[in-house]
Design a protein around this ligand. Sequence first.
Ligand code: CO
Length: 217
Amino acid sequence: MEKQKLTYQDLIEGNRDWVKTELGKDSEYFTKLAQGQSPDVFWIGCSDSRVSADKVVGANPGEIFVHRNIANVCVHTDMNMLSVLDYAVNVLKVKHVIVSGHYGCGGVTAAMSNNQFGIIDNWLRHIKDVYRLHSTELDGIANEAKRLDRLIELNVIEQVYNLCKTTIVQNAWRERTDLEIHGWVIDLKTGLVKDMGVTTNNSGNIGKIFALDETVK
Ligand code: CO
C-alpha cells in the first residue's frame, strides 16, 4: 500500500491540529513548554525518517535532546556533534547518551557496498573504517543481510567508544558518576530496540592511547 505523501498544506494543518490537541489536554501546555528544557537523555540517531527519537521511546517534547546524522556516526572532528554533545553533557547535564542505530540503515548499506554515491562517500568512510576494524568477524558471515545487520550493530558499538574517547565525556566522568553512554539498535520490523550491552560510565575501558591526563599542558 502506497503511503499518502504529505503536502506543505498538510504540515500547516498538522501543526494547527497538534496545538489544538495539546491545548485540549492541558491549556497550559505551551506556556510550560516555553519555560525551558531539562532533558535527562541525549540521543544520537540516524537521520532516517522512521526513527524519530520521541516516538521510539514514547517520550514527550522536552525530554530528549537530539542530534541526528546519516548512520549515527560520532566523529571526533565533527564540530556539530561535539557542540551538541558538550551542551548536553556540560550544560543540560544529561544522565544518558544513547547512540541509536537501526537495522535496514541506508547509510550503512551504502558503506558496505563498493558503489560511489557522491560527497556522502567521505562521510560513509567512517563506517568502512568500522568494517576494517572488524573485517575478520564480518568477512566470516556469508549471508549478506546478516553481515549488514552485524555491521549496523558494530557501528553503534564503535560510535559509543568514540564518544567515550572525547575530552568532553572523559572530563565529565571526572566530575560525576551519573553519566552513562549506551548503544542500541532499533528493529524497524518490530519497533523494538536491542541494547548492545556496551553501557559505559567511566574511563576504565578506553584504550590507553585514548586516555587523557586531567589537566591541559
Ligand atoms: Co540509517
